[in-house]
Design a protein around this ligand. Structure first.
Ligand code: SF4
Length: 290
């Protein structure tokens, strides 16, 4: 059950002035130059041409992850969802997914601007067929949902630390008695074991923010791989914290104007900064007489 606070920002008055976001750290891992160009104020295309379907899928799945409690017959922010006469559990799940999907155009208005409705409807049809199966539902119920149902969570809680000079929006903030647990939703592929490196960094960064704001120690975090209904628990290790802090320092340097090397697996094919990146490379080559 989602239990949002009156304010979705937890931390200090720094909220308005924080410049480093946890998403900068994950962007750095993808390609440090993305951080550079964004810091320069260049807008990244919201929708990469030819990748609209993937973006709609990610939005749909993420919204679904925020509604798992409704799927299991639990309460959401407006109470228990009414089941219509003769509606079986499987059908119920599919009709809930249908409802959620219908809402996304309003919830994600900005992100979906310019996307054709036909495409949204087609992606929705595929998602409804792909998830909402008995197997998927069983995994949802046996996974993190057990914790969420018992404890509830706060959706997209912003946590801010003036000391670290960093802020972030935690997808789900779960509280079990005194324990505060960050949980991130992922719509991509689930690794065979544990979680991906960028998610370790993301959870470690959230852990440090939460520790400062709530004056507690965060020992673990969760990752929800919603597409396949896999839920992974992760112990927050010292080396993850150290890596997150190291990247934070690098990001700060870039934001002060340092031009970084490109990432090893930089997604240049789909990057909207490609022209700027090439220009910058040519200028540097000329200056260095290469
Ligand atoms: S074009 Fe490639 S190297 Fe340049 S910012 Fe984009 S992903 Fe990074």
């Amino acid at each position: 059950m989602s239990t949002p606070e009156e304010s979705d920002v937890t931390g200090s008055s720094f909220a308005g002035t924080a410049t480093i976001n946890v998403s900068d750290l994950t962007q750095y891992l993808l390609c440090p130059r993305l951080v550079y160009f964004r810091a320069k104020g260049y807008e990244q295309d919201r929708i990469v041409k030819g990748k609209e379907r993937g973006m709609i899928e990610r939005i749909l799945l993420k919204e679904l992850a925020f509604n798992l409690d409704t799927l299991s017959g639990g309460k959401d922010e407006v109470g228990v969802r009414e089941r219509e006469d003769g509606e079986e559990e499987g059908e119920d799940a599919r009709s809930i997914i249908d409802d959620i999907v219908d809402d996304i155009e309003r919830i994600y208005k900005e992100e979906l601007e310019g996307v054709k409705r036909d495409l949204i409807v087609a992606v929705k049809r595929d998602i409804v067929c792909g998830v909402g199966t008995d197997e998927w539902l069983r995994k949802v119920k046996n996974g993190l949902l057990a914790v969420e149902e018992a404890q509830g969570y706060e959706r997209e809680q912003m946590v801010v630390s003036e000391k670290l000079g960093m802020s972030g929006s935690v997808d789900k903030l779960i509280r079990i008695d005194e324990e505060v647990i960050p949980c991130v939703i992922k719509t991509g592929r689930c690794p065979e074991f544990s979680v991906w490196r960028s998610e370790r960094v993301q959870l470690a960064a959230y852990a440090m923010l939460i520790e400062e704001v709530f004056e507690t120690t965060v020992k673990r975090g969760f990752v929800e791989y919603i597409r396949t209904a896999e839920f992974r628990e992760l112990q927050i290790r010292k080396k993850d914290r150290a890596l997150a802090l190291q990247i934070l320092k690098r990001v700060k340097r870039i934001k002060r104007g340092a031009f970084p090397e490109k990432g090893v697996h930089a997604p240049c094919d789909t990057c909207s900064f490609i022209a700027r990146c090439e220009t910058r490379k040519t200028l540097l080559s000329k200056l260095l007489g290469m």
